[in-house]
Design a protein around this ligand. Structure first.
Ligand code: ATP
Ligand code: MG
Ligand code: MG
Ligand code: MG
Length: 467
């Protein structure tokens, strides 16, 4: 069976609607009234208060196709884009939810029936995991569904205890993997080779049971609930018989459009995949009200746009190109997301402005970096170079780190932090002498600080490299 992304989305939503789930439209990428979270990073986010028992709805089962962003905060896949076949910054998560209604058994039965019945995936291609201690889920998979035990693994907290963020709803989970076949490198879940592209996690069933408090303790939720998430692009790859998300209909269209606009022929280039990924996250962020800036969400957006611009530059793009991809994106996603169509001009204008601004310093910054690389002894780009690129040429630190990674180098984060602290100190001292440039210093200080802090004010610099 081969299905388009739109057909899969519809099949999923109608399967669950027929089973008593309320269809709920995708919410914004900006979580409403939740300062603990940078972006909507999963389908459950709009339902957080329902899980916690703080909000009542007139339904206790729901289904949605939620737009998600994972480029900051607890779930950050920015560094994976271009490197794995399965990660995007922006993706759609198909989900079914039970708010104190059904629990493990039905969640597992529904998922299995949808995959093997509706989508007709061969059973022997599916592998499952459960949380180490979850004998109940293990028994359902083994005895009721009949998955052979050599395809069920028990996995620890890192992968099989899902949490929205540092606080909030969480619980043990059970993940379903698809085996893309032996021609693809990688090992089954729980093995050291798991991170290859052969066994791909397609669906996560979370058995929501706790609310994690700020001190780390787990408080039971009012009622055990279910939250599931299946990446639309990953299941589309399976159903379209391709081994990478970037080979599905939607991404191929974006990649071809980008290649044409930039004037490059190699459709397999990593840079085209990155650009195709980034046009989605940037456009949707702008449509949801974010503008490039030096702080919080706006800085995440700025960082993603600048990465895209740098990849365009690598492909030899002459002048601005990124904003020209908006029509191709609308062609792919405008029907499912009319709000994107409404905001077309706002999106293209914001992208163009940012491209123009960064375009002015990019070439010069790259030349400075090249000089530093020519003189480099060892494999670490010094902190003062990283700082100069950041401060004078507008290179976000993660962008410099990304360039470094391509050359199998790293950057001196500690050295960068020291430069940053020194500059802050200079600014403070200067402000004690003259009132003249107080104001100017204040605003530049603000942008330094917030440039790499999240909305909760924690330093993000570590996290950029942790994920
Ligand atoms: P992985 O281990 O592959 O990084 P995950 O365990 O972090 O995935 P979950 O938090 O369980 O992912 O999210 C539920 C589902 O959403 C996943 O099973 C996958 O299908 C999809 N998904 C997660 N992250 C991404 C991403 N960055 N891009 C595309 N799809 C994703
Ligand atoms: Mg992940
Ligand atoms: Mg996982
Ligand atoms: Mg998972």
């Amino acid at each position: 069976m081969s299905m388009t992304s739109a057909q899969i989305r519809e099949a999923f939503l109608s399967y669950f609607a027929e089973r008593g789930h309320q269809r709920v439209p995708s919410a914004s990428l900006i979580p409403g009234n939740d300062p603990t979270l940078l972006f909507t990073n999963a389908g459950m986010v709009p339902f957080k208060d329902v899980f916690l028992g703080d909000e009542k709805r007139d339904y206790n089962r729901a289904t949605s196709s939620q737009r998600c962003l994972r480029a900051g905060g607890k779930h950050n896949d920015l560094e994976n884009v271009g490197y794995t076949a399965r990660h995007h910054t922006f993706f759609e998560m198909l989900g079914n939810f039970s708010f104190g209604d059904y629990f493990k058994r039905e969640a597992i039965q529904y998922a299995w029936e949808f995959l093997t019945g509706v989508l007709q995936l061969p059973k022997e291609k599916l592998w499952v995991t459960v949380f180490t201690e979850d004998d109940e889920a293990y028994a359902i998979w083994a005895n009721e569904i009949g998955v052979p035990e050599d395809r069920i693994s028990r996995i620890g907290e890192k992968d099989n205890f899902w949490a929205m963020g540092d606080t909030g709803p969480c619980g043990p989970c059970s993940e379903i993997f698809y085996d893309h076949g032996e021609e693809v490198w990688g090992g089954p879940p729980g093995t050291p080779e798991e991170d290859g592209d052969r066994y791909i996690e397609i669906w996560n069933l979370v058995f929501m049971q706790y609310n994690r408090q700020a001190d780390g303790t787990l408080e039971p939720l009012p009622k055990p609930s279910v939250d599931t998430g299946m990446g639309l692009e990953r299941i589309a790859a399976v159903l379209q018989h391709v081994h990478s998300n970037y080979e599905i209909d939607l991404f191929q269209a974006l990649i071809k459009a980008a290649a044409q606009i930039i004037g490059t022929e190699d459709l397999n280039s990593k840079s085209l995949r990155v650009i195709a990924d980034h046009i989605r996250s940037c456009s949707f962020l702008i449509a949801d009200g974010v503008q490039p800036s030096n702080e919080g969400r706006g800085y995440v957006l700025r960082r993603i746009i600048r990465r895209a611009v740098r990849h365009g530059n690598m492909l030899g793009a002459q002048g601005t190109f990124f904003h020209k991809l908006v029509p191709a994106l609308l062609e792919q996603m405008g029907v499912a997301y009319p709000e994107l169509v409404d905001k077309e001009k706002i999106i293209a204008d914001a992208l163009l402005r940012e491209e123009e601004q960064f375009g002015k310093t990019l070439e010069r910054g790259l030349a400075i970096l090249q000089d530093a690389l020519d003189e480099l002894h060892g494999t670490v780009i010094p902190g003062d170079v990283v700082f100069k690129l950041y401060d004078t040429y507008g290179f976000p630190v993660d962008l410099t780190a990304d360039i470094a990674r391509e050359k199998e180098l790293t950057i001196d984060v500690e050295g960068f932090d020291k430069e940053m602290a020194a500059q802050r100190k200079r600014a403070q001292q200067a402000s004690q002498f003259g009132v003249d440039y107080n104001e100017r210093l204040k605003s530049s200080q603000q942008s330094e600080f917030t440039g790499y802090t999240d909305v909760a004010g924690r330093s993000k610099i570590i996290e950029l490299f942790a994920d």
